[in-house]
Design a protein around this ligand. Structure first.
Ligand code: ATP
Length: 276
């Protein structure tokens, strides 16, 4: 079983400290969701975990090996990363881009094996792209494009999958479909999945553990029930919320009340203030 961890991870842009000595241990079969306000450092953390960025201090380790010492190929065999943004580039077909996910396993010059093709097909299906496999990528919508980048990351079939806002720009159905598929894969294949999300209720539904980033550190780490508490959310996002139980799933369900939660606001929502 793969071991993946960050120890004392510190990152700065010039003299601006973004992450201050972050330590995390990731578990196989688990989805860990990174949460935090805009600019809290979620993408920076994911990029540091995948060696897109080099920390000024600390170590990211896979099975006891510092990722800084790994070859590009061996790193790509261990860690798949779905970026938040990417240039649209040349007019390839969707299937050609997803096939690129297999490169760390076969090299540029080797033809796809039957296994490679099966994995590509499964990844296209998981991202709901089977019908769009021959579409030229310059003709994709924003959401279709994001799903293609996700499919390419899944096709890498690495034991560690890092997804930066995989649901951004997706419609309601695909927001759920994609997270559900990723969760199934994490459980079936024992993957380590680290994902950034902005929707706290999606995080509660799909995350096994949540890490809430604030002020360059991890403010809270634990189950959705442990992390999605009003005082922690207010501290991280500056928004007052109430947290109720999801009527179907029983998970925490966060209802924002707004930036300044006055007794007047609460009264309007029928919370906390007794009627006269
Ligand atoms: N290339 C860069 N040069 C300097 N500062 C940067 C650079 N990229 C990001 N930053 C800063 O680093 C901080 C963390 O950015 P990051 O993208 O990690 O935040 P985030 O939590 O992912 O935000 P969001 O929710 O908006 O995606 C922000 O203050 C951002 O302005």
């Amino acid at each position: 079983m793969t071991r993946f961890y960050a120890q004392g991870l510190t990152f700065s842009y010039a003299d601006r400290l973004i992450l201050d000595s972050i330590s995390l241990e990731f578990c196989a079969g688990e989805i860990l969701v990174l949460l935090g306000a805009n600019g809290a450092g979620k993408t920076t953390l994911l990029q540091s975990l995948s060696r897109q960025l080099n920390p000024v201090n600390g170590v990211v380790g896979v099975d006891g090996r510092d990722i800084q010492t790994m070859s590009r190929r061996s790193l790509a065999q261990s860690i798949a990363f779905m970026p938040q943004q990417e240039n649209r580039g040349t007019p390839l077909r969707v299937i050609d881009v997803v096939r690129l996910g297999r490169t760390p396993h076969r090299g540029w010059w080797m033809p796809l094996t039957r296994d490679d093709s099966d994995i590509v097909d499964q990844s296209l299906e998981a991202a709901g792209l089977t019908d769009l496999r021959d579409r030229v990528i310059t003709e994709l919508s924003g959401g279709e494009w994001r799903r293609m980048i996700l499919a390419r990351a899944l096709a890498q079939a690495s034991p560690i999958v890092l997804l930066d806002e995989p649901t951004a720009g997706l419609d309601l159905k695909f927001q759920f479909d994609v997270l559900d598929r990723v969760r199934q894969m994490a459980k079936q294949r024992g993957l380590i999945v680290v994902v950034t999300l902005h929707d706290l209720n999606h995080a509660a539904l799909f995350g096994d553990r949540l890490a809430l980033l604030s002020q360059r550190s991890i403010l809270a780490l634990g189950s959705p029930q442990e992390v999605l508490q009003p005082h922690l959310i207010e501290q991280a996002f500056g928004v007052s919320v109430v947290v109720i139980e999801h009527p179907v799933h029983g998970t925490p369900f966060v209802v924002p009340l707004g930036e300044s939660c006055t007794s007047e606001t609460q009264q309007r929502h029928g919370k906390g203030v007794p009627r006269e």
